[in-house]
Write a protein that binds this ligand. Structure first.
Ligand code: FAD
Ligand code: MLT
Ligand code: ZN
Length: 559
């Protein structure tokens, strides 16, 4: 019996007062072992047309056609098929020396980056799958500079890519062609913190982990936490509407972001930096910028509701024999741990094996190898009660046969080692070779069916694994192979998107669409909705300079 075993071995011990959140290992975010570039666009002939004057119409202007032969460039990446190419929008200007001089004038020499090595890094995404060829990265120090940059780029029709920590997983943070990279990493000041309301106001370039460290000294925590926290920026988090490990408890950024400041394509500064929980004065436009992946403006400041740091945090690592048991465990956890439940994460056996094989110093905390593993974290204010509650819950689950083995971390180090397994999967996948990544929202009862179906379809061709934020209905479906190849890709797509759409899921739960899924938006959004999105894009960015080829279908921007 699990609980008897735990009691005997003395493992059933609470952690004490120190928050686990600060103790998780800093992820090795520079680990980029996969070489080569891949891009998997599928041309489905779903050309999207707007009924009124649109970006495409402008492409047919005679002056443009004259230059077309010269300007037509295709986004060609290793591993992509002939159908998977995007063309550079010939309406965009190309950078020249006068542009660079202007930027040096407003930003100073050292914040205008032309250095090859730094550009190589900034042009390449975290997974080494997407690579642009930008010749310039700009590092503004304040909102005014962002505004000046955008005003200039808009007048010159120079395309730009807003970049934060460059940890995005859909190719949204790097240029497709020669777009100017605007990285707000120097805008990294905490501007205000209200210890009564818990509202934090900061610049967009603050690294998530630094904000967490700052808040720790005040007795507060950030309402979001993710494996990339050592590198990602709060501005990037807001722009992707990042989910992560605590969403089950604190909700999405659409709820916790109280205000923001953003600069639109023409340099207009939109001050929506409210700090109020309630404000019903008409349209709440900040929501347009949460999750718009830099396509509508550059987020420069954020106001966010943080949470008091509670004294008792417990973490259990549990083995389950089948997916049905995982589902039932979730239902029971919500019912029995309700107010203290702060994470409910899962991984399958393939994910566990991958981590054990590719990450140093990791071991399976439970004695037996099972088909599924669950991490349940509780956060509360009553140390004795919270611990007893979790123990009683696990005992009951064991008696019901939902759980086959498990341990509760006895100290912060052990808790860190449990989290390392779940948070290390992304890094282990990188080390294993090529990875096709899908981030799906599905009804919880359907989540593992797609993993099984895809396994059946791919057979020995690849290793299919499932993990993710089970408590939020978010599956990370990953297909790991020795190398990228079009045959494999052809079996995965559009199958995964069609499956998801058929089950009324979303093809992006938390990573966004980026360049990877811009063309696939119709699997999750109706044509009318996409048309309205395109109109909003056109209103805020009439020349389409902000993060082109991302989020909305490429056909809007090219032939
Ligand atoms: P970037 O990657 O630089 O940019 C992401 C997008 O936002 C791009 O489209 C970019 O143009 C835009 N952008 C960035 N900054 C701004 C700005 N200031 N204004 C306007 N647009 C901007 N994501 C999750 O949701 N949950 C997870 O649990 C999670 N875990 C991860 C674990 C690992 C190991 C890694 C590598 C990634 C993980 N991610 C996760 C994905 C990624 O970390 C998030 O999407 C994160 O929010 C991106 O932040 P960033 O600062 O790195 O943004
Ligand atoms: C996670 O939850 O681990 C992240 O979203 C990253 C990933 O999907 O690999
Ligand atoms: Zn995730």
């Amino acid at each position: 019996m699990m609980m008897q075993k735990l009691r005997r071995s003395g493992e059933l011990i609470r952690f004490g007062c120190k928050s686990l959140f600060t103790s998780r290992p800093n992820k090795n975010l520079v680990s980029r072992s996969v070489s080569g570039f891949v891009n998997h666009y599928k041309s489905k002939g779903k050309l999207f047309e707007l009924s009124d004057g649109n970006y495409n119409t402008e492409l047919h202007h005679p002056c443009i056609s004259r230059n077309l032969g010269m300007l037509l460039q295709q986004y060609k990446c290793f591993g992509s098929s002939a159908a998977s190419k995007i063309q550079r929008n010939p309406l965009f200007s190309s950078l020249d020396s006068r542009d660079v001089s202007y930027f040096k004038e407003i930003l100073g020499e050292k914040n205008v980056i032309e250095d090859k090595e730094r550009l190589e890094t900034a042009n390449t995404d975290w997974m080494h799958k997407y690579k642009g060829s930008s010749k310039l990265m700009l590092l503004p120090k304040n909102t005014q500079e962002v505004s000046q940059i955008l005003q200039y780029c808009d007048s010159r029709r120079l395309a730009v890519v807003p970049q934060g920590g460059n940890t995005g997983l859909v190719g949204g943070s790097v240029p497709v062609f020669d777009e100017v990279i605007i990285n707000v990493g120097l805008m990294n000041k905490v501007l205000a913190f209200d210890e009564v309301s818990g509202v934090l106001v900061c610049e967009a370039g603050c690294i998530l982990e630094n904000l967490a460290t700052f808040l720790d000294t005040k007795g507060f925590i950030m309402p979001l936490d993710l494996g990339a926290k050592g590198s990602c920026h709060i501005g990037g988090n807001v722009s992707t509407n990042a989910g992560g490990l605590r969403l089950i408890r604190y909700g999405s950024l659409h709820g916790t972001v109280l205000g923001l400041e953003a600069v639109t394509a023409n340099g207009n500064v939109l001050d929506m930096l409210g700090t109020l929980r309630k404000d019903n004065t008409g349209y709440d436009l900040k929501h347009l910028f949460i999750g718009s992946e830099g396509s509508l403006g550059i987020v420069t400041k954020v106001s966010i509701l943080t949470q008091p740091k509670l004294s008792s945090v417990n973490l259990a690592f549990i083995a389950c024999k089948d997916y049905l048991s995982c589902q039932k465990l979730l239902v029971e956890a919500k019912r029995n741990l309700g107010e203290i439940l702060s994470a409910f994460e899962f991984l399958d056996n393939n994910s566990m094996d991958l981590v054990l094989n590719h990450l140093d110093g990791v071991r399976n905390p439970v004695s037996c190898s099972e088909n599924f593993y669950i991490l349940i974290e509780t956060t509360g204010s009553d140390e004795t009660n919270d611990r007893e509650k979790l123990e009683a819950f696990l005992l009951k689950s064991l008696e019901k046969g939902l759980v086959s083995d498990g341990v509760i971390a006895q100290d912060i180090n052990q808790a860190s080692s449990f989290w390392r397994i779940r948070e290390g999967i992304t890094e282990a996948l990188q080390k294993a070779g090529a990875v096709y990544k899908y981030d799906l929202s599905l009804p919880v009862e359907e989540i593992y069916n797609i993993v099984n179906d895809l396994r059946g379809k791919l057979g020995d061709l690849a290793n299919v694994m499932g993990y993710g934020h089970l408590g939020d209905g978010n599956l990370h479906l990953n297909i790991s192979a020795a190398e990228y190849n079009d045959k494999l890709l052809g079996l995965i797509e559009p199958y995964v998107y069609e499956w998801t759409s058929k089950h009324r899921g979303s093809i992006s739960a938390e990573h966004g669409l980026g360049v990877m899924k811009a063309n696939e938006i119709f699997y999750s959004k109706s044509p009318e909705t996409v048309a309205l999105m395109a109109s909003i894009k056109k209103l805020l960015d009439p020349k389409g300079i902000l993060n082109p080829y991302k989020v909305l279908p490429h056909s809007l921007f090219s032939h």
